[in-house]
Design a protein around this ligand. Structure first.
Ligand SMILES: C[S@@+](CC[C@H](N)C(=O)[O-])C[C@H]1O[C@@H](n2cnc3c(N)ncnc32)[C@H](O)[C@@H]1O
Length: 294
């Protein structure tokens, strides 16, 4: 299905890599994470780390060549690669993000890989301005967990999906995490993570709410799976929680939750613990949910 002639609000200079909120409506202000170079690098890694789960989801909803898909909150790479692969040949993929730096990075990601069927738009996932009933799949990953009103985005995903098409998300649930053997520095890091991540109302345990959010949006055939992955030494996702706390460092300092010295000490102690192959690390559950638009 061709989907590409939108009347979008995208007036962003694509060469601009600053962190302007291009939608001018506060999307990046309520977003739980930042966009410094370390965080952007973390999201690029995440795009690779969660690729197997993305591919499993796309095969479950049966995304096919020639179809149209959108990745809301795509970040610098998101699931653009797997989506483009699934709809090729003949299909189209739209990535959308509120952050200008991520939009520019995602456009570069698509250009570097020759993904000619991918278009990246600057916009707000809560109200994209895109036509209703357009996409065979409306997808988001680790977006709903980072914002205070995830139902707004789910409603928008349901609106832009075509009747009979799918809405699908993969979201973390931080209500369960394992770091064994126990370490006081881990406990401290975890509490700093919770306090800073949730400051704007983002729900770290959003994953478990996905099916109810999908049903509340009027979707049918809602199903969900939950994965608990542990990561060995050398896997980049093993340090995802200390990496996130590094991204949240300015927030933690601004809120007065800790100071530079304690943060450095806790970070070093946790990373040392995680460098030990005897330490078991399961940073979060990953909930995948999908539902069909009537
Ligand atoms: C945690 S990142 C996930 C990126 C990507 N989906 C992935 O899984 O790798 C969340 C992304 O959503 C974007 N975002 C946050 N709020 C948004 C909104 N209201 N509209 C569009 N994008 C938003 C952020 O800028 C960021 O790039």
């Amino acid at each position: 299905m061709p989907v590409m002639s939108y009347d979008t609000t995208d007036t962003t200079d694509t060469t601009d890599t600053t962190s302007t909120d291009v939608t001018s409506c506060g999307a990046t202000e309520v977003y739980a994470l930042g966009d410094d170079t370390e965080e952007t690098a973390r999201l690029r890694r995440q795009s690779e780390e969660l690729r197997p789960e993305a591919l499993a989801l796309l095969s479950r909803v049966g995304l096919r060549p020639g179809q149209a898909a959108i990745d809301l909150g795509c970040g610098p790479a998101g699931t653009l690669g797997p989506l483009a692969g699934a709809v090729s040949p003949g299909g189209r993929v739209v990535g959308l993000d509120a952050n200008a730096a991520h939009v520019a990075a995602a456009r570069q990601y698509a250009a570097d890989r020759g993904l000619a069927n991918v278009e990246v738009l600057a916009g707000d996932a809560r109200h994209t301005g895109l036509p209703a009933d357009t996409f065979d799949l409306a997808h988001s990953r680790t977006l709903l967990v980072t914002i205070p009103e995830p139902a707004e985005v789910v409603a928008e995903m349901a609106r832009v999906a075509r009747p009979g098409g799918w809405v699908a998300s993969q979201e973390a649930d931080g209500g369960f995490a394992l770091c064994h053997p126990p370490l006081p520095a881990w406990d401290r890091l975890w509490s700093l993570f919770h306090a800073s991540f949730g400051r704007t109302g983002a729900d770290l345990r959003l994953g478990r709410r996905l099916p109810e959010l999908f049903r509340a949006a009027g979707l049918d055939e809602v199903e969900a799976t939950v994965h608990a992955s542990s990561y060995p030494v050398g896997h980049s996702r093993r340090t995802v929680i200390p990496d996130l706390v590094r991204s949240l460092r300015p927030v933690i300092l601004e809120l007065g939750l800790s100071d530079e010295r304690e943060l450095a000490d806790v970070d070093a102690a946790v990373r040392l613990h995680l460098a030990d192959p005897r330490t078991l690390m399961m940073p979060h559950l990953l909930v995948t949910a999908w539902g069909r638009k009537r």
